[in-house]
Design a protein around this ligand. Sequence first.
Ligand code: SF4
Ligand code: SF4
Length: 336
Amino acid sequence: MTTIDQSASIAANTPREVHYDVHIDLDSCTACGLCEAFCPVDVFEMQGGLPVAVQPDLCWGCETCAGQCPTAAIRVNCREGAAPFADRPKADPLPTEKVELYREWSKTLKDILGLRWNPVAISLIPAGDPLPDVPIPKERLRYCQSLMAARRGRSIMMPANRHACPDGTAILGLTELPAKLASGELYILFHKLHDIEAAKRMVLERPCLEPRTIDATVVTPLDSAATEPQVIAVVAQPEQAMWLLMSSSYYSGLRHELNASGYNAQCVETTLLPYTTGKLNVSFGCYGCRASSDVGDDLMFVGIPVDLMPTIIAGLRELGSRAIPQSRNKIYLPPM
Ligand code: SF4
Ligand code: SF4
């Protein structure tokens, strides 16, 4: 096996202080160039048709290259077994009253709306903060896949090197956005937008956190949250999403200005917009999450900032006492 070992230096108990080696198995490499395109810090350059790690010291172990390589030709190892976050203190468990509150919210949402899936608690862990006691998966997952797994009952914490989608990883503040995604070039290559101007605009119009301000994403079923969530995601049928919108307006009468595009649904529309604006948002999903998860074609997504939850739960209880059962009983159907 032909390999190239490229030394790299990164993070200590932050990923940046750990040192990494990048191994490329040139016998498996098909010279597709995806590692060069997707490395967020330009470690690779194609030379003579083959990838070379020309800036190994910039590598910080996000493993985007390994995740994108179609032939699994790349391994990224931290040296001397110094795993990132090894000495990071663990966060205190949630206080009992919070655990009980989140369980109650989850039960109310499920019972009144008749949700099939668990509402999901989403936490973006700021760089340097203690990490909650939530399992890190062995496999790499897209952020949307982790959300879909959490609605089925799984609790997942993902630092950058467990994220499989370079777009979502950068949008959520775990890495830099790779240059060819930032320029829109890759969206044209993958036939997702008409031209480079449209692609650039789509990238510019979406929110994106500062690179490496977030150390990990955490998703858990709301009734087993392990840390304070910032956003609650509900996977719902349109009728259930409608009642959530009405619950949110029940005391104020306010209408909603929703922000959706079909691009970057779970990272931008369900998570980051509620996180950055403090407003509820509804998403129809995106081609990425629909292609990479088992979410049903009849389902959509509601992202709720946690601060709005008490109002929404109170409004939902009011609507659930009469309006929802009456509507579901079709009381306005004309006599046949
Ligand atoms: S992504 Fe993998 S197959 Fe493609 S050039 Fe890089 S190492 Fe080779
Ligand atoms: S993609 Fe990440 S792991 Fe791979 S070389 Fe670049 S920084 Fe290092």
